[in-house]
Design a protein around this ligand. Sequence first.
Ligand code: ZN
Length: 186
Amino acid sequence: MKFCSQCGNAVSQRVPEGDNRERFVCDHCHTIHYQNPNIVAGCVPVWQGQVLLCRRAIEPRKGYWTLPAGFMENGETLEQAACRETDEEACARVTGLALYTLFDLPHINQVHVFFRAELADTDFAVGPESLEVQLFDESDIPWDELAFRTVGRTLECFFADRTGHHFPVRNEYLPPLLSTLPTPST
Ligand code: ZN
């Protein structure tokens, strides 16, 4: 952040009085610009044992498969965010949402939340952010072509829990993937 969104003057980075973290502070209008994690909400839409996945038409991870999910907007609940994203990406309606997985991703300042849900009907369609929308049996899930780790982990949990007919809410911390860091050449 370089400029104050309130008055347009330059901001500086310092610890405000009474605080213990560096913030972007405007020395002109004295606004403190707090930056906090973003929440991604989505769901696992199920129809007769199959799960609805969307192939992304947009970056990041264009061409990869995802559960319908996206950034929560101001003024909506988590459930509303999950339903809206499902409608936007798959033109699908879901019911009976049940909180299922929560992932802490502090290295990217995000929290991802997924609900289990029932597809209300099979009148889904390809939304503007998707290339394809399709129901998958467990045996056909494109595990190597999933867009995000939280999607893969949610699906893993879902199929494991389904065998026991018990779906506890899971809160997991996903650390950064060390394998994605550059390795020194030998
Ligand atoms: Zn300002």
